[in-house]
Ligand binder design. Structure first.
Ligand code: NAD
Length: 482
């Protein structure tokens, strides 16, 4: 224990020891060993970061946008040259495989590239002669001090959805990363500092709910971008809004994958397995319920079961690992309770995967459930583990109705060769991110990312043009010259 790294906050361009004395252990999910100890920052630590950001704001917003974009390009180059180290850190503290970690780092770099296009995306518009001799201009300006509160499952990608774009729009930024994966955030802070962003423009405050609550209620914070679970998203949305802040809160999910009888199973089954079991199911876009449209469910379940039995479960660093550990021991226990509850409710276990014997890591045996009823809790609640439930439906329209009864609406997909079925699905499904023969329909960073219904609280989605709108305020100028 004594050798574990004690982490610090990054405030005003310096690494500082927080005033708060509380610390949390950060274990390696693959073997339970201690990686670091993260501070539980309190109101005084949050206030120091907000003050630093507020002091940096007046001069940062005056820096021409092309110069701000050049810093983002410098950051992009640093992210690229440090991509292996970033992926290794993500895999080590999150538990996902190196391959998955590399993919997520690439997605973060993509978001940084989008941010660099600010001299184009920040442009406003102009209309001549709205009245005789009167012209109107719309321009965009920075919001001020923006906070990003991020979850444990994408320790590099999600902070990079937020920080480069918020900064290039002329804001100052405070990152409050998940206390379960703080090491990736430390590395990001180092690289952002090296990229030449002035002191105080980017700050990092470690901690848990106390730090979050201090940020949500601090009068010096103007906007909050949040990604995490549904109960926390609701709390963040209502509290930040009640304190007069702009807020977007991306929340939990229960994603349905509809499989038509005509689906190409040779290609669909690997896509479904990767969606449900990749990253141990700890993805907001993970397919969690397959809705098998009859006739065809027997054939599909047989193929899925065969694939689940042959999954390799092991440490994130393992070259052959398909499914790494889940992030925490208590989460492993919670997922196992969901599995027991599914069996008790009458769902049929169609297949189980293996776990590495005798390991101290937080491994869950992957499970495929068949004959799940839509009203069972395993078909309704977000399990966030390597568990896939198959619900059988008599028709496409019943399959869509089952998916639409979910209180979540993050993502959904259909597997079919029938363009008419796919169109019907796209038109009628109630979710924000859809896939047609794609198991993880993650929009590229230049499109908006968010769900519908209980999966999202707010108006403007993350990434893409929505994010440019979120990180800026509009000013409309009506002009007449005498
Ligand atoms: P979480 O809600 O536990 O934590 C997210 C952040 O909120 C962390 O920084 C944490 O410190 C903070 N937090 C946690 N509890 C809090 C509380 N009571 N008060 C104030 N702050 C609190 O989420 P998680 O477990 O880290 O992440 C997994 C969840 O995130 C899943 O539900 C997943 O679906 C969701 N997620 C959603 C998206 C999306 O795009 N919709 C993307 C990724 C993850």
């Amino acid at each position: 224990m004594s050798g574990a790294v004690e982490l610090e906050n990054f405030v005003g361009g310096h690494w500082v020891r927080p005033v708060a004395t509380g610390r949390l252990d950060v274990p390696n999910p693959s073997d339970g060993s201690l990686l670091a100890r993260v501070p539980r920052s309190e109101a005084a630590d949050v206030d120091a970061a907000v003050q630093a950001a507020r002091s940096a704001f007046p001069s940062w917003r005056e820096v021409p946008v092309a110069e701000r974009a050049r810093r983002v390009l410098a950051l992009r180059a640093l992210l690229e040259s440090h991509a292996p180290e970033l992926a290794h850190t993500v895999s080590r503290e999150n538990g996902k495989t190196l391959d998955e970690a590399q993919g997520s780092v690439r997605r973060g770099i993509e978001a940084t590239e989008f941010a660099a296009s600010a001299p184009t995306t920040l442009q406003g518009y102009f209309l001549e002669d709205v009245s005789h001799g009167v012209d109107t201009t719309l321009l965009r300006q920075a919001v001020g001090v923006v906070v990003g509160i991020t979850p444990f499952n994408f320790p590099v990608m999600i902070p990079l959805w937020m920080a480069p774009l918020a900064l290039v729009c002329g804001n100052c930024f405070i990152l409050k990363p998940s206390e379960r994966v703080p090491l990736s955030a430390v590395l990001l802070a180092r690289l952002i500092g090296e990229a030449g962003f002035p002191a105080g423009t980017f700050n990092l405050v470690h901690g848990d709910s106390a730090a979050v609550d201090a940020l949500l209620t601090h009068p010096g914070v103007d906007a909050v971008s949040f990604v995490g679970s549904a109960p926390t998203a609701r709390h963040v949305y209502t509290t930040a809004a009640a304190h007069g802040k702009r807020v977007q809160a991306l929340a939990g999910a229960k994603n349905h994958l509809l499989v038509m009888p005509d689906a190409d199973l040779d290609r669909s089954v690997p896509a479904i397995i990767s969606s449900a079991f990749g990253q141990s199911g700890e993805r907001c876009l993970a397919g969690s319920v397959v809705v098998a449209v009859e006739p065809g469910a027997d054939r599909l379940v047989e193929r899925l079961a065969e694939a689940v039995r042959t999954l390799t479960v092991g440490p994130g660093s393992g070259a052959d690992t398909d499914v790494g550990p889940v992030n925490r021991a208590d989460h492993r226990d919670r997922v196992n309770r969901w599995i027991q509850e599914g069996e008790a409710a009458g769902a049929v276990v169609a297949a189980r995967g293996p776990v590495p014997p005798g390991s101290e890591g937080y491994y869950v045996r992957p499970v495929l459930f068949d004959r799940v009823l839509p009203e069972m809790t395993i078909a309704q609640e977000e399990i966030f583990g390597p568990v896939l439930s198959v619900v059988r439906a008599p028709s496409l329209s019943e399959a869509i109705a089952i998916a639409n009864r979910s209180r979540f609406g993050n993502a959904a997909a259909i597997f079919t060769r029938d363009g008419g079925a796919a169109r019907e699905f796209v038109h009628r499904i109630e979710a924000g991110m859809l896939g047609v023969n794609i198991g993880v329909p993650a929009p590229a960073a230049y499109f908006p990312f968010a769900g519908w219904k209980g999966s999202f609280f707010g108006d403007l989605h993350a990434t893409g043009r929505d994010a440019v709108e979120f990180y800026t305020r509009k000013k409309v100028v009506t002009t007449r010259w005498f």
